[in-house]
Design a protein around this ligand. Structure first.
Ligand code: BTN
Length: 241
């Protein structure tokens, strides 16, 4: 595997996007420090010090866009949850791609971005941040969400290189099969690990908040919300509040 190791960068996603022409399919950009990490919805992803994980996987499945590519973040999230389980944690998925320990503490984040030039797909950048080795006060100070870190959950320091290798092996083990079969290939496993179904939810969708009962995740990975007037809302993007 082509792993590019950087001491420091602003964001591994930025690095991967700006070097996309020179990076082969399945390259990984890993940085020890990130000065301007980005999250979903223009949020930032703060570097909480040495021993935390920031990396981006560059994928070049084809020159043309396929709807299954929008599900890669969900696939990555399921694979992360599997790894946390291997460390003995109760990892749950919050739609679309957050892993929550015991369903209520965020431990990692995924930001996927696509690079398209002249109508052609240059690549997909799947950026992943994992709180591996944090101080309790630092995770408690993260604004807007309850967070945790793997070392705080297991009670011992985590070897970053080992974790990254375990994750990449897990990710690529059935990546080709996932691309061929789509979200349906992982749907039942994704649902089994979910912590948001069969509940009343508020979901931020762009500038609006939608309310409804989380009924299902369909074969395309969309969230089905049953609303007060018994109509189903099908959400492709959003942030469960
Ligand atoms: C989120 O939960 O909002 C997604 C956070 C994604 C953070 C990772 S860290 C590595 C990669 N580089 C970035 O700038 N962001 C992603």
């Amino acid at each position: 595997m082509n792993v590019i190791r950087l001491e420091e960068t602003d964001s591994t996603n930025n690095y991967a996007k700006s070097h996309i022409g020179n990076l082969v399919d399945r390259s990984v950009v890993h940085a020890l420090r990130q000065t301007n990490g980005r999250g979903r919805f223009n949020r930032s992803w703060v570097d909480l010090g040495d021993g935390n994980l920031f990396f981006s996987i560059v994928l070049k499945p084809s020159e043309y866009f396929n709807s299954v590519y929008t599900n890669i973040t969900q696939y990555a999230c399921l694979k992360l949850a599997n790894i946390f389980e291997n460390y003995g944690l109760n990892a749950k998925i919050k739609w679309p791609n957050d892993v929550m320990i015991d369903g209520n503490r965020k431990i990692s984040g995924i930001l996927s971005e696509t690079v398209i030039e002249a109508g052609k797909l240059k690549g997909i950048v799947v950026g992943i941040g994992v709180n591996l080795n944090c101080k309790k006060d630092d995770v408690n100070n993260i604004k807007g969400r309850v967070a945790t870190a793997l070392n705080l959950e297991t009670g011992s320091p985590v070897n970053m290189d080992k974790f990254l290798e375990e994750f990449l092996n897990e990710f690529f083990a059935d990546y080709d099969e996932f691309l061929a079969k789509g979200f349906n290939y992982i749907r039942s496993e994704y649902i089994k690990k979910s912590c948001f179904l069969n509940k009343d939810l508020s979901v931020q969708v762009l500038n609006e908040i939608k309310f409804g009962y989380a009924k299902d995740v369909n074969a395309s990975g969309e969230l089905i919300l049953e609303t007060a007037n018994d109509k189903d809302l099908v959400l492709t993007i959003g942030d469960i509040l």
